[in-house]
Design a protein. Structure first.
Length: 67
């Protein structure tokens, strides 16, 4: 289940990248919107990775199992 969620997220990120690349033929205003979308996706991805790393480091130091 976890692997499927990770694959879905990677696919979404790939779709955004393809949209941005194909957006080079778009008018400036739409290209700017796609660029902002890509930046936001990258920010959210980085935040997700930081949260995941913190959670994993917390699990490694916790001696009692979580309910």
């Amino acid at each position: 289940m976890r692997q499927k969620a990770e694959n879905d997220e990677k696919e979404k990120a790939s779709v955004v990248r393809r949209m941005v690349r194909s957006g080079t033929d778009l008018p400036d205003d739409r290209r700017k919107v796609l660029l902002r979308l890509q930046q936001r996706v990258e920010q959210l991805w980085q935040k997700r990775e930081e949260t995941r790393a913190k959670k994993q480091s917390g699990e490694n130091t916790t001696s009692s199992p979580n309910p």
